[in-house]
Design a protein around this ligand. Structure first.
Ligand code: HEM
Length: 420
């Protein structure tokens, strides 16, 4: 087959970007993709923790990226990309393509088949037919996207900036920052990889991976909230995602100054890749571990109560005799009227990256959180945690701050359309 014919075919199947790196094909790839229906009765029929409510949360259309509110999936990957598109028009094509691949991957169906000699449209990892609604996506934009390359500085989200280093951080530039972040969630690791390969294939030439970390959520052990790799239930206390007023107050960007109009309905994502020094931790007494966290390891209950979901009562323990003043949960959320505005929506995942060069186990937490204002919320909480006893057992090594643009207004809309 001639190169010309190959390129023609590639353009039709949306694969030419992978073979030639040509960006002009991205919008054709977008047009060729079949992603459509996003509403439906169920998400992941038959899988664990599947509810109609969750199907609703994955919907692309509407003012928000609703996957932000959904419960963590069993498998995930967080990938930061450097954008290498050469112009604002190419960036627009890239955002269209990302959106259209996400729609397609979410909608499922039978991948296009162009004959045995053509490059395959789908990587085949999930078999010949893609199940519907089995992957969720969150797209974010880093502060570096708003540098001189695309002339976007005037439209930069007002509260977006480059992640700073905190005391005790050990940030590795190779795992930090990025122009775009893509988080893919699914119940199975192969579903996540399938989606990642699809997105990278269709966007080659316009963005390239900068860093990536894969995570998993454990099943409840034995019940309730799943555990992190320190052995504690993680994710118990969070703002109520079904309370729309609370989400407006804490998570979604509201209309009005200082934010540019296009950001309304978006949210700010913080990603922190936090290594756990598990071999030290496993030598610490249970008493000490529980005092560092402020909760019982077995049950997840605060030290002053018996049930996982009981609220700790700090007012009746002002000196910290029951829950130490330095306990992680007490510093992170003192639960006073003055600190209510700094609450964050946390979504944590475990990671396991084998062993490091010194032969130490490389495990930890992919900490993500969502908020309306990084400074008012994440930075305030993180600042309260500086010097907590837990810092001897954890080491933040990477991540970044990203702005997640609002949801989509209709089937032809794409993420960031109001920006580019
Ligand atoms: C490896 C690092 C970390 C570990 C092992 C960890 C562990 C935990 C655990 C076990 C809990 C109690 C269960 C729960 O309510 O979810 C908790 C709560 C919490 N953590 Fe962390 N955490 C880590 C990092 C962070 C960071 C970086 C922040 C924010 C800067 C943070 C903020 C919070 C908040 C706000 C709560 C809820 C407190 C409450 O409302 O009672 N954590 N964490």
């Amino acid at each position: 087959m001639s190169r010309r014919r190959l390129l023609q075919l590639g353009a039709l199947t949306g694969t030419v970007a992978a073979t030639s790196g040509a960006l002009g094909s991205l919008s054709r790839a977008a047009a060729a993709s079949t992603g459509s229906g996003t509403d439906g009765p169920s998400f992941l029929d038959g899988a664990s923790k599947v509810t109609a409510e969750r199907a609703q949360l994955q919907s692309f259309e509407g003012p928000h990226q609703l996957a932000v509110l959904s419960e963590p999936t069993r498998a995930t990957t967080v990938v930061a990309f450097d954008v290498i598109a050469g112009s604002r028009a190419e960036l627009r094509d890239l955002l269209r393509t990302i959106t259209s691949r996400m729609r397609y991957l979410y909608a499922g169906g039978t991948p296009q088949f162009d004959g045995p000699a053509a490059p395959t449209d789908d990587n085949g990892i999930l078999g010949p037919v893609l199940p519907a609604r089995n992957a969720s996506f969150i797209l974010g934009m880093g502060a570096s996207l708003f540098d001189d390359r695309f002339g976007l500085k005037p439209a930069q989200p007002a509260r977006l900036y480059t992640m700073q280093s905190f005391p005790n951080d050990n940030l590795d530039p190779a795992q930090t920052q990025g122009d775009l972040s893509v988080q893919i969630g699914a119940e199975d690791a192969d579903t996540v990889l399938h989606a990642l390969r699809d997105i990278t294939k269709h966007t080659r030439g316009a963005m390239q991976p900068r860093w990536r970390v894969d995570g998993f959520k454990s099943p409840p052990r034995p019940s309730g909230t799943p555990r992190n790799l320190l052995g504690f239930k993680d994710g118990i206390a969070n703002p109520d995602t079904s309370d729309a007023a609370q989400m407006r107050q804490l998570v979604w960007v509201q209309p009005g100054s200082p934010e540019p109009a296009w950001t309304t309905g978006g949210t700010y994502q913080v990603v922190r890749i936090i290594r756990m020094l598990v071999e030290f931790w496993d030598r610490v007494s249970l008493y000490e571990q529980e005092n560092m966290i402020g909760r019982r390891r077995a049950t997840g209950a605060p030290l002053d109560a018996n049930s996982e979901f009981a609220a700790p009562d700090y007012a009746t323990d002002p000196a910290g005799n029951i829950i130490p003043l330095t306990a992680h949960i007490r510093l992170a959320n003192p639960r006073t009227p003055a600190t209510a505005d700094s609450r964050i929506l946390r979504r944590g995942y475990n990671f396991d990256l084998g062993v490091d060069v010194n032969g130490n186990l490389n495990q930890g937490l992919i900490f993500t959180c969502y908020q309306q204002d990084i400074q008012r919320q994440f930075v305030t909480v993180q600042t309260r945690l500086i010097g907590e006893p837990l810092v001897d057992y954890i080491s933040p090594v990477g991540g970044g701050y990203f702005f997640c643009p609002p949801g989509l207004e209709g089937r032809s809309d794409y993420f960031g359309s109001g920006l580019v």
